[in-house]
Design a protein around this ligand. Sequence first.
Ligand SMILES: NC(=O)c1ccc[n+]([C@@H]2O[C@H](COP(=O)([O-])OP(=O)(O)OC[C@H]3O[C@@H](n4cnc5c(N)ncnc54)[C@H](O)[C@@H]3O)[C@@H](O)[C@H]2O)c1
Length: 310
Amino acid sequence: MENLKGKTAFITGGASGIGLGIAKACAKEGMNVVIADMRQSAIDEVLPIFKENNWPAIGIRLSVTDRQAYSKAADEAEAAFGNIHLLINNAGIGCAGGPLWEVSHKETDLAISVNLTGVLNGIQEILPRMLRHGEGGHIVSTASKAALIPVPGCGLYNVTKQAVVGIMETLALDLDGTNVGASVFCPGGYETNLGKSSFEVTAELLGENSKLPPPPPPKDGEEMPIIEGWDEVIRSADDAGERVVRGVKRGDLYILTHSEFKKGFESRANAILRAFPDEIPNKRYSEVFPLLTYNPVFDKQTQVPALHKE
Ligand SMILES: NC(=O)c1ccc[n+]([C@@H]2O[C@H](COP(=O)([O-])OP(=O)(O)OC[C@H]3O[C@@H](n4cnc5c(N)ncnc54)[C@H](O)[C@@H]3O)[C@@H](O)[C@H]2O)c1
């Protein structure tokens, strides 16, 4: 979707961090912005930024896990700005850590419900509206770099984010030939409020059963860096917003952020390639099952240039 001006973006988790970065980048393109977030306090905190800049924006309190509320939120967005053209499924939580066999059923269900079902809810509620209005559109879902190179001890997070990659790849296949595009955003490390918001959202959705550790105490108003060297590598969420908007305009299936992760992904991809048995393929197989063996949709992804030339 090349021209974003005057169109409407619906951004879940838009009141903080990466979602807010995306919301600001969309507003700079002249879009109307709908910030859908579970935390009303965060919505109230960020709406003045949009007002000060004369960027058209509304906030809607929504948990992406609530299908009925999602439907009402989409109606509310359309009542404010008309058709929705860009859906950003960005709301997500940091999940209970530890190996998969040690996390509780409740934590498992919560991780799936926010990070996975929440994305499907967005697609199932808003994509039919986009296809109906026919003006074209695009859907981006935020996964993570953890979906490409799984992080040890973060099982629930890894698998829910890998599922988001699968959802968006499948969507790209199924939307091929329509005027609606699909992208999966896999950011590396960004300075956000994920620790704090995950704690609050988990506490609200799970009650007292959350085992997530509370976020680190603030130091001079800032969250304390948790890793040595953090300040030298962590990026601002505005950078994420810029990359997502560029990816939407380019029609990229994969919107990635850090070339530092390329080697790790290559090693995983190569491991999978080596696992195919070293046998001569039956040529008839690809004739009988053409789209099972090869899909040209992936060939459309071109090399992404540097965002800012050195
Ligand atoms: N920060 C990073 O380095 C990083 C890296 C990879 C992926 N991500 C992903 O980026 C996305 C945004 O996270 P962030 O880092 O900007 O954190 P953030 O806390 O700054 O923003 C997340 C927002 O999502 C909202 N949210 C959470 N659950 C919700 C729900 N059920 N319904 C509606 N809103 C909900 C929160 O209230 C919060 O405002 C998440 O999906 C996260 O997993 C973040």
